[in-house]
Design a protein around this ligand. Structure first.
Ligand SMILES: Nc1ncnc2c1ncn2[C@@H]1O[C@H](COP(=O)(O)OP(=O)(O)OP(=O)(O)O)[C@@H](O)[C@H]1O
Length: 251
């Protein structure tokens, strides 16, 4: 059984006067531990696909004029996502999948420590058996900040950090609940080349520790770090290939 299986997934967006087929009949099997780049031109459907995989997809707003629909099957760890309740989906977004975004999405009024506390406190609410004290939560956070080399910034605010440091915090936040899957939408898009390379090496390390990493990117150099590359054009998968990694992307 694959970790992620999409069968004939089609996603349409409706606005008052227009229907957009953002994803057309997509079939994908993703195994646990893969590192994948999703590529394609602007508007080709990459973010839509990532949102579906990440269960962030807002589908079937019945009764609304702006109706978004998704067809097909998405099985995550053997379970049909469509059949999951809102609470089950929220738990998946908290514990099974971690998210990294281009603009970091840190909460500005909160320190780095507080930004990382939020998913763990939320996770406490959903996991009555393994509740953690605030002391335990802070220990976990300091460990992960230390691992990503940003421990000494724990009490600063996001705006006091560089873009690369903020993205490291965002990666720490995505990993803090120890998810199996990390998905990243243009994680290096707001960074210079060198900092982007550092971030991709960090994602590679996360993958080497066993997590599935799925990255949307426009950048060929970033994609070159991924063994598997999926190209999308007008909502369709036009190429899905595995590559041998060259020595410069192996470092
Ligand atoms: N909420 C929405 N309502 C209506 N149309 C949408 C919505 N979100 C995306 N679309 C349309 O769906 C198509 C796919 O968009 P998507 O954002 O997935 O593409 P993308 O490949 O990620 O683009 P980019 O690289 O520019 O971020 C586009 O034509 C876009 O205009």
């Amino acid at each position: 059984m694959s970790q992620i299986t999409l069968r004939n997934v089609t996603k349409k967006y409706y606005t008052v006067d227009e229907e957009t087929i953002a994803i057309k009949n997509v079939n994908l099997d993703i195994e646990a531990g893969e590192m994948i780049a999703i590529m394609g031109p602007s508007g080709s459907g990459k973010t839509t696909l990532l949102n579906i995989i990440g269960c962030l997809d807002n589908h079937c707003l019945e009764g609304s004029k702006l109706l978004n629909t998704k067809q097909g099957s998405y099985m995550l760890n053997g379970r049909e996502v469509r059949s999951l309740s809102k609470d089950e989906l929220a738990a998946i977004r908290n514990k099974t999948i971690g998210f990294v975004f281009q603009q970091f999405a840190l909460i500005e009024g909160y320190t780095i420590m507080e930004n990382l506390e939020i998913p763990l406190i939320y996770s406490n609410l959903h996991d009555k058996k393994h509740k953690r004290s605030i002391k335990e939560i802070r220990t976990i956070i300091l460990e992960i900040l230390d691992k990503l080399n940003i421990k000494n910034h724990a009490n600063k605010y996001p705006s006091q950090l560089s873009g690369g440091q903020q993205q490291r915090v965002a990666i720490a936040r995505a990993l803090i609940t120890n998810p199996d899957i990390l998905i990243a939408d243009e994680p290096t898009g707001a960074l210079d080349q060198k900092t982007g390379e550092e971030v991709i090496r960090m994602l590679k390390q996360v993958n080497e520790e066993g997590k599935t990493v799925i990255i949307v990117t426009h950048d060929e150099k970033i994609a070159a770090h991924c063994k598997r590359r999926i190209d999308i054009l007008d909502g369709e998968v036009v190429s899905d290939r595995c590559y041998a990694l060259n020595s410069s992307s192996e470092t």
